[in-house]
Design a protein around this ligand. Structure first.
Ligand SMILES: Cc1ncc(COP(=O)(O)O)c(C=O)c1O
Ligand SMILES: Nc1c(O)cccc1C(=O)C[C@H](N)C(=O)O
Length: 411
């Protein structure tokens, strides 16, 4: 073993983020390394949801749209998310799903580049991103082309026909981080607008959207923002693009929704990118998660994330080196998000078996085991213990059972 338990205990004792763990509901003994798919529940969420139901809804009824500030929750929570992703107040809303926000950002970008006809992405992007591009292309009758190239070929493919480039900053499978500032600069050189999918970045690494001159961004509320299952997502539109006319021109984006005018007139600013009635209870839960994160220093968070990852990689090498795992995530810390992925021929079964050993990670087809490392609630000791349990599963071949081979519909 190449670690000293006293050293690990010391790292946890000196961790400036250590107090956050107690803010989450995590059962004793469980090592949860899937915060990149669904973040853990903050303890505050249940109480805040209960109050929203019994007081704001139960007692206040419809008066809570104003009395409890329901109607401005998307902008208020958006402003808080803005602080986490390097955006300004008034540039972010919490609304809809990431997929829907991708549609809104793509169509807004296309409207700003009417003389261009290509939407570009990479073929290994998270599928929903590319599916949304394909939907827009089909709806346009083929006038708009959806082009997804190999990851290494993206920058070469930029030209004067490309209206918009849609990329995910931290790759969902490998955890590879794209250089947001450099890619955006290269795209802008060709007049191409850029949408960043921050689903695996927001709350996981330091993000500086305005520093990178990003045009649009989207991301999930239920991963590192800990907003709960199906939480509203977020949409960033740089202030300089607020004049774009939304295609999803719903009444909540209207300049004056309650005058019930016959024609759509977009609201000023980011509000025009709202569409329908906000999902209030989902926003209450999201706000609890975002509030927690707003109290954390993102530099400390990144520092801890990299240390946890380094420890994980070293321990895997030392304790599980003989079991055939191949590191899929980059070794170079700057190129890594807050997850570590390995390829293994029995990855699916190992992930299933690990659940019986109280380690929850996930599997991504065809052969990837993915471990999301959430610095707010993971301890250094958890990393060491997780690797010991992986070793135990491999040594005992606990994964080699028929029930672990049956593929579930949701992984
Ligand atoms: C990069 C990325 N984009 C989008 C999504 C999902 O979008 P939605 O919340 O609309 O399902 C995910 C995960 O599900 C993701 O990893
Ligand atoms: N959104 C999910 C769901 O509804 C069910 C299971 C998983 C998810 C996820 O978020 C997957 C995640 N985006 C990923 O990176 O694979």
């Amino acid at each position: 073993m190449n670690f000293d338990p006293a050293e690990i205990a010391d790292l946890d004792a000196r961790d400036p983020l250590r107090a956050f763990r107690d803010e989450f509901q995590l059962r004793h003994g469980l090592i949860y390394v899937d915060g990149n798919s669904l973040g853990a529940a903050p303890k505050a969420t249940a109480a805040q949801l209960a109050a929203a139901v019994s007081q704001q809804w139960g007692e206040g009824l419809i008066t809570s749209w104003l009395g409890a500030n329901w109607s401005t929750a998307p902008q208020r929570i958006g402003d808080k998310i803005a602080r986490i992703i390097g955006a300004a107040s008034g540039e972010v809303i919490a609304a809809d799903s990431t997929s829907v926000n991708i549609f809104k950002a793509l169509t807004a970008a296309l409207s700003l580049r009417p003389d261009r006809h290509i939407i570009l992405s990479e073929s290994t992007n998270f599928p929903t991103d590319v599916y949304m591009m394909q939907g827009i292309s089909a709806f346009s009758g083929g006038r708009i082309q959806s082009v997804a190239v190999e990851p290494e070929a993206v920058l070469e493919r930029l030209d004067e026909d490309v209206a918009v480039l849609l990329l995910t900053q931290v790759h969902y499978k490998s955890g590879l981080v794209r250089d947001m500032a450099e890619v955006t600069r290269r795209a802008h050189e060709k007049g191409v607008l850029v949408i960043w999918d921050l689903s695996h970045s927001a709350g996981a690494i330091e993000v500086d959207l305005n520093g990178a001159k990003a045009d649009f961004a989207v991301g999930c509320g239920y991963k590192y923002l800990n907003g709960g299952p199906g939480a509203p997502a977020f949409l960033f539109v740089a202030e300089r693009h607020h004049s774009a006319r939304p295609v999803l021109s719903g009444w909540f984006g209207h300049a004056s929704p309650f005058t019930f005018e016959e024609d759509y007139r977009p609201a000023e600013g980011i509000t025009r990118f709202l569409c329908g009635t906000p999902p209030v209870l989902g926003l209450v839960a999201l706000e609890a998660g975002v509030d927690l994160l707003c109290r954390a220093d993102m530099r400390e968070l990144r520092k801890k994330s990299l240390r946890l990852s380094q420890l994980f990689i070293e321990q895997m090498e030392e304790r599980c080196g003989e079991f055939g795992f191949t590191l899929v995530s980059p070794l170079e810390p700057d190129l890594r998000g807050s997850q570590i992925s390995y390829a293994h021929p029995n990855s699916y079964e190992i992930v299933q078996a690990l659940k019986a050993f109280e380690v929850i990670g996930d599997f991504r087809a065809p052969d990837v085991l993915r471990f999301g490392l959430t610095p707010l609630y993971l301890r250094y000791a958890d990393i060491v213990e997780a690797v010991e349990r992986i070793r135990e599963v491999c040594v005992t071949r606990a994964w080699d059972k028929p029930e672990y081979r049956e593929r579930a519909a949701v992984t």
